[in-house]
Each structure stands twice: as C-alpha cells, then as structure tokens.
Design a binder for this molecule. Structure first.
Ligand SMILES: C[S@@+](CC[C@H](N)C(=O)[O-])C[C@H]1O[C@@H](n2cnc3c(N)ncnc32)[C@H](O)[C@@H]1O
Length: 442
C-alpha cells in the first residue's frame, strides 16, 4: 500500500480495505491515470462518508471515479434512509444497491471467521450465474457468465471485500454455521493461483440432471430438456473461452450427477479440457472403471468425494433410492485407486438425517475398509422437498441451535474419535448441546 500515491477527489475518501481490493487484488493499477504526476485511482463521490474525520486517521485513501455513476442518486437514497446500516440490514441481500453494499461492508462488525471461499472460489449454476460460494450460503451473485464483466465487477469486489475485512456481511451465516473449515485448507493448499482473474476453484453446478432422486434433494427424477442442455453447453463454451475450465481447480458437480449429465460428460470427454486438479463429487453409482478412464491421464490431481448417507442397504435404498450393491463395488474400485496413489484424497459424505443416524458409526467403519481419507458428516439443509415441519424433524436441528439428544449421543461413539472423521459442520451445535444436555444439577 505504501508504494502508491494518493489523490483526493471531490473531498472523497475511501478506506484502505477498498483500495486494497481494487488495486492490489485486481491489478487495477492498469487503469490508473497519471494526475499531476501522481497515480490517479478511482472514486465516487461518497458523500455519505462525510464522517471523514473517522477515516482521516487512515493515511491511505483511494479514489474510485468509475463508481461515481452508481452513487449518483445518493441523496435520494439518503432521504430513504438507505445509508443507515440498521435499515440496510433489513434489506434482502440480493436487493441491495452497490451503495448499500458498500455501507454494509464498511460498517458491519468484523467476525471471527476463517474462510477464504468468497475470495478464492466461484460456483456457476444452471442459469450461468456465478456465485462466490454455494448459493445456499451467499445472498448475491457476481453476475452472469455471459456478461462482459462477470468477474472483477463491483458486486464481486464488495463480496470479496466482505471476506477480506472479515465482516462476511453478505453471507447467510445461519446457514453456514461452521466458519473454520480446516479441510478446505487441506484441499486447496496445492493449487497455484494462475491468474488473479481466474478463480482458484470453480464449482460446476450447471446441470441438475441426475440418475438418482435422493430424498434430501428432490422428489422426482430430473433430466434437463434439450433446450436446457443447450444452454448448459453454451455456459461450457463460455467458460472455455475465458480460460476458466483449464486454469481453475474444477469441482464437479455441485448439482446433478457428473457421470450421468450429458453436459458434465461432454466436459470430461473433451480432450482440450485438461488441468492440474479435479475434484469429483458424485453419488458413485455410475463411477465404474470406464468412468475412471475419463479422468486418468487428464488431470494430475484427482480428488474424489462420494455422497452416500448410509452404511446399510435398507437406509441407502430409503434415502438415496439407488442400488447399494453396485455402489459398494465402485467404492471398492476407488479404494484400490486410492491405495495405488492414483487418488489424492478419497472422501465419503454423509448428510445427517433422522432416518440414517443409526448408520453413522458403521459408516466410519465402512470408510476405513475402503482406504478413505475423510468421512464428512454434514447437516441437512432445507431444499424444499418436504414441509417445513418435516424438515425440522428430519434435520435433528433444534431452534436453540442445538441437535437432538439422540444425535448428540450418537456423536459420542468411539468411531467418531478417528482422525478421518470431519464433523466440523456440527461443532457449534455440539458445543451448545453439551451445555444443554450436560448441565450440572446441584
Ligand atoms: C446435490 S449433490 C450433487 C452431486 C452428486 N450427485 C452427489 O450426489 O454428490 C451435492 C451434495 O449435496 C448433498 N445434499 C443433498 N441434499 C442435501 C440437503 N438437503 N442438504 C444438504 N446437503 C444435501 C449431497 O449429499 C451431495 O453431497
């Protein structure tokens, strides 16, 4: 920061965090003009920050000229009280103007959260909208992949800023309770950031087509129509054109089944799409040796996560409605690949629900049989497949941010002490439940 000259423009100041994100992170230096021999940065007339006395203790103010248009109506907004943080906090995140986003990000309280997802990743959905994180956890998209400035635009910068200054003020924190995700660091540590404009990790959620209809996810089978597939193919072409597919670590797939969807298979079969790292998230039922061949020799580092949610045939058939015997065969094949060192990390996923908690300890045993590195237990989110009452019953989460006593007792099984087990999604709930259920009586 100290290497730059600073220009004040229209009495407007901006704090160093914004400056940092605009300049340092996004090579904004390209757009800097010379102004009286000094580097001129960009500024809007942020009159609402008339509280400059507060800011004056920072020496490093930046100017953002090209934001000016967005703040033109600032007085109007002020009249509506939209610069008041409390009022802004009542507005749904996806309806916030850039001005309101800026106020929110500058004045919200920092939190003790250790997550880099918004800064480092992108998630693209079936409509081509690009999100900084899973859309379940963040309230605002960066924009659509078809628009020119989908990356490096102001919304995206505000979102990233909210992570850099640790306010996380655009995140649905009630949906994402566990902020510190050590497994993520492990997952990401070997990925080189090739270009600042390309996400480190790109999650593809561009096709919902799947061979299963898991109870937690949907009530009916879903297969994209020809028009929808055509649209997904267009998204793929766009991603190829801008270099994201070959330069990001690919996570396939956040939605739909990677080995069933024509869109994902097209990507895997395209000889021009290769890369350092691919992370496969699959239901595993179609993950045969032939499918493995689509990955081998194409990607240097292959991570595999299989979503299972059960360790017995009965529970599997009830919740995932797939063929458990076929799945076991594929899990074994993948376990061998892990043993041979062809898979970097092998993970089993388990979404905890009322009907599968008794399978939890054995699930860990099953994973150990197949050389699994991580067994991840996550909470059930409300994806609208049932009534709210049913969801609350199935999720075993209670209103006071605890888990049901039955689930709390389940986590005490010795199997959960194994270092391959990741229950970080539940850590806050377990802590709260401990206080609730183990309260000492005098
Ligand atoms: C929608 S699936 C798509 C990828 C792939 N077909 C699979 O099964 O892993 C992505 C992940 O979401 C999980 N999932 C499904 N329904 C969920 C829910 N209601 N709440 C939380 N996670 C859910 C799945 O278990 C899986 O790990």
């Amino acid at each position: 920061m100290n290497n730059y000259d600073f220009v004040f423009y229209k009495n407007t100041f901006i704090n160093r965090e914004i400056a940092f994100i605009l300049d340092k992170e996004y090579e904004f230096i390209d757009n800097v003009d010379e102004f009286n021999g000094k580097k001129k940065l960009f500024i809007s007339d942020l009159k609402y920050l008339s509280d400059v006395k507060k800011l004056k203790r920072h020496k490093d103010y930046f100017l953002m000229e090209d934001l000016y248009d967005y703040f033109d109506k600032i007085d109007e907004e002020d009249a509506n009280g939209t610069r008041d943080l409390e009022k802004i906090n009542e507005i749904p995140i996806n309806e916030l103007t850039l001005t309101q986003m800026l106020v929110k990000v500058l004045y919200s309280k920092p939190r003790d959260i250790n997550c880099k997802i918004l800064e480092e990743e992108a998630n693209i959905d079936v409509y081509g909208d690009v999100w900084g994180c899973c859309p379940t956890w963040t309230g605002k998209t960066f924009g659509n992949i078809t628009s020119k400035d989908v990356y490096n635009n102001y919304t995206e910068r505000m979102l990233k800023l909210s992570s850099m200054n640790k306010t996380f003020c655009f995140c649905f924190l009630n949906m994402c309770k566990n902020y510190d995700k050590p497994y993520l660091k492990k997952f990401n540590e070997n990925i080189e950031l090739k270009s600042l404009k390309i996400p480190k990790q790109l999650t593809l959620s561009i096709d919902r087509t799947c061979n299963l209809k898991c109870k937690s996810c949907r009530n009916e089978f879903y297969k994209a129509s020809i028009i929808e597939s055509f649209h997904s193919f267009e998204i793929v072409s766009k991603l190829k054109e801008i270099g994201w597919l070959n330069n990001s670590c690919l996570l396939m797939a956040g939605q739909g089944e990677v080995f069933f969807s024509p869109t994902y298979l097209k990507i895997l079969k395209d000889p021009s799409i290769t890369g350092d790292t691919i992370k496969i998230m699959s239901n595993g039922t179609l993950f045969t040796e032939n499918k493995w061949k689509l990955l081998e020799n194409k990607f240097k580092n292959i991570y595999v996560a299989i979503s299972i949610d059960a360790s017995s045939k009965d529970v599997y058939t009830k919740l995932r409605r797939g063929n458990f015997d076929v799945l076991l065969k594929n899990l074994e094949m993948l376990g061998e690949k892990r043993k041979e060192g062809k898979i970097v990390s092998y993970q089993f996923n388990f979404v905890v629900q009322k009907d599968n908690i008794s399978d939890m300890p054995n699930f860990i045993k099953l994973a150990k049989r197949f050389n699994v590195d991580i067994v991840k237990f996550t909470k059930l989110n409300d994806w609208g497949t049932t009534s709210l009452e049913e969801y609350e019953e199935n999720s075993l989460l209670t209103d006071d941010d605890c888990i049901s006593r039955e689930l709390y007792e389940m986590f005490k099984y010795p199997e959960f002490k194994d270092k391959i087990v990741d229950i970080s999604d539940f850590s806050t709930y377990i802590e709260n439940s401990k206080k609730k259920y183990e309260r000492k009586t005098s």
